[in-house]
Each structure stands twice: as C-alpha cells, then as structure tokens.
Design a protein around this ligand. Structure first.
Ligand SMILES: [Mg+2]
Length: 245
C-alpha cells in the first residue's frame, strides 16, 4: 500500500517499469480518469492525438489492453485504434476484431436486465432514478423521501432474487450486478507469464490490483489504494507511458 510520501516520483516509476517489462509484456489501462480526465459529458470522451500516439507506440512494443466500465463499442469509437479492449468492468472483451463475453450467461443476464429496465420502476416510485450500466442496473434513491424508500428497496431485492443478479446496497443507491463481473478476473483470463503493468483510478481497478498483485500497479489520483505506485493525475501517467513506449 502506498501513501502520498512513499508513492515515488515519476522517474522511479519509469525506471521500475523499464527494468521489469520486456517486449510483449502486457499493459492493462483503465480509460476514464486514467488516460483521459473525467469530464462532465461522458458521451464525448474522445482520445486526443497525443493519447492516440502514445497508445500506438505502447501497442507496438507491448500487448496493450484498455479495461473500462464502458461498452466496447464506445471505446472503439473514442480511441479508434486496433487494440484489445475489455469493457463493462470485465464482462466483455474485444480482441482481434471479435467480441467475446468473459462471464457465463452474459447475454442471458443482459436480456433479464432489459426486462427490468422495461418495468419503468421510476414511474411507480416517485424520485427513483434507474440507470443501465451495461454490467448492472443502478437504482438511485437520493430523490426518494427517506420514509418512502422501503417500497422500492424491497421491490429491487425481489428483482435480484428473480433475476439471479447480485444486489449491492450503497448509501442512497442499490445496484443489481451480473454475478462474477470484475476487472481483476477479466485481466486474469488474459494474463501471460510475462511481467505486467496495470493502471487505474477507481475502486473497480483496486480489484485488479489485488487479484494481480504480481504486476506493477499504478493508482491515478488521490484516495486509498493497494497499488505499488501512485501518480497524481492523467497527465503524469501519460508522461510515464510516453517514456516507456
Ligand atoms: Mg477510471
């Protein structure tokens, strides 16, 4: 685990990567908050020319994967390079031009999710917001008066039971998730025996850091992490990638 003091500067990180990775080594990079800054309008998150040029250089030398919560079609549109993609937090991959599910019964769960979305629960419970997150459905109860949350909460728990999806309870949110979807397991499915680098900025990336602890791991930004290194922002990570390419 790193803290601000012991996180090491960029030079140390570059040195460590250069000493460890070899040609053909794998590099798994998150997208939002890691390669591009978090933006207000996430539908418009295109890779700029500098990023595309860094990714092209990286993929000429290493086996590069972008691992994101986004759908692979979105990533293909934003990055527009012939590289390996793992989307929806590890539910689906796009490798050599072919989409492949990484979890059992993925398309069947998507079908069940579509039916849940079609129930339009937000029209039955005032203030409830429902979001299709591709690998799950997020129910936001922030605008539901606290004394009226039991109804929708019980209904969502019932749906979890009926669909066989995992139920996560947050502070003002409930989330139904396709069982077994996480970045760590997805990366493990592709890992070879060579040294490897993983970088990301979110809680979902922490699962990858834990499950792939043999890899060099970099956390982008503030917040707690189990990663070996920390960089403060997207620009710092890009500079490191530029130097190892
Ligand atoms: Mg991210």
């Amino acid at each position: 685990m790193v803290d601000e003091e012991s996180s090491g500067n960029s030079e140390e990180i570059v040195l460590r990567i250069r000493e460890t990775l070899i040609a053909g080594s794998q590099i798994f990079l998150d997208y939002d908050g890691t390669l591009v800054p978090i933006v207000i309008n996430p539908e418009n998150c295109y890779a700029d020319e500098r990023l595309r040029s860094i990714l092209m250089k990286i993929s000429a030398k290493y086996d590069l994967f972008i691992v994101s919560g986004r759908q692979v079609d979105e990533l293909r549109k934003f990055i527009s390079l012939d590289i390996n993609l793992i989307g929806m937090h590890g539910a689906v991959a796009y490798i050599h031009g072919k989409e492949m599910p990484l979890v059992r019964d993925f398309y069947s769960y998507r079908e069940r999710m579509r039916k849940v979305i079609d129930m339009h629960l937000e029209t039955q419970y005032d203030g409830l917001r429902v979001y299709d997150k591709s690998s799950g459905i997020l129910f936001h109860l922030g605008l539901v008066p606290p004394d009226r949350r039991d109804g929708p909460s019980a209904r969502i728990a019932e749906i979890a039971y009926e669909t066989g999806m995992e139920l996560y309870r947050g502070k003002s949110v409930l989330e139904l998730k396709i069982p077994g979807v996480n970045k760590g397991d997805a990366i493990r499915k592709f890992r070879n025996d060579l040294p490897c680098l993983i970088a990301g900025d979110e809680k979902t990336d922490e699962s990858a850091f834990v499950k792939c602890s043999e890899c060099i791991t970099i956390h982008v930004g503030s917040g707690e992490t189990v990663a070996e290194f920390r960089v403060m922002d997207v620009a710092a990570l890009r500079n490191i990638l530029d130097q190892i390419a």
